[in-house]
Write a new protein. Sequence first.
Length: 80
Amino acid sequence: MSDINIDRKSLKEDWGRSFIQEEALFTSEAAELLGCSRQAIHKLVKKGMLVPVKDSGKERLFLRREIMHYKEFKENGYIK
């Protein structure tokens, strides 16, 4: 048995916070990265072009990599 006491719940919570801070974006942050408005993000969600990982009705969370992928496609002319 190891002498190290691991608090799994605390570790999981810390990992979750870290993941959200580094990998998730709120609507306003996604809009800033894409250079558009929050309303434009809402329209992209309605069209199915962006999919939030969490949608509370009031606020949405997006994966940073999905926003960056969309931005790259738009910059390269694959999306109008």
